[in-house]
Design a protein around this ligand. Structure first.
Ligand SMILES: [Cu+2]
Length: 144
């Protein structure tokens, strides 16, 4: 009689152990999935990409524009397309100040759709870089 009881206890004990072990696995898996999910959304939720219109002509302009954009704090990459005049700027954080990119590019001599370069900065450009300056959007003139 005690022998049977003992065996019954033993089986119950093993069964409980088995269930706990499986639950542990499931909990660990669940936690791992949660962490992976949140870190993935964290990673994609940080930087942002914006396209700005920047006026220019050639490869020299490209180098100058990209260098100016990348000099802005928090900007990790900048690619200017001379055909479209679009500058694709990627930032490290979502709160990056893109107005500073407009300003830096304008200081380098290139008008953007939001910031016009000074005549002085424009006149300093290489002759082949003197793009056609009829942009309607860029009307703000900075004094620097
Ligand atoms: Cu140029």
């Amino acid at each position: 009689m005690t022998d049977i009881l003992y065996k019954a206890y033993n089986i119950t004990y093993l069964l409980i152990l088995f269930i706990i072990k499986n639950m542990k696995k499931k909990i660990i898996l669940l936690v791992a999935v949660l962490i992976a999910g949140s870190s993935a959304s964290f990673a994609t939720g940080t930087g942002k990409t914006e396209k700005l219109k920047v006026y220019g002509n050639c490869g020299m302009c490209e180098a100058r524009i990209e260098k100016a954009a990348k000099s802005v704090d928090g900007i990790v990459s900048a690619e200017w397309d001379k055909k479209t005049g679009l500058l694709e700027v990627k930032s490290r954080n979502s709160n990056a100040d893109y107005q500073k990119v407009h300003l830096a590019v304008a200081v380098a001599g290139h008008d953007t759709d939001k910031q016009k370069a000074t005549d002085d900065a424009y006149n300093k450009l290489h002759s082949c870089c003197k793009y056609d300056r009829k942009s309607e959007a860029a009307k703000i003139i900075i004094q620097k």
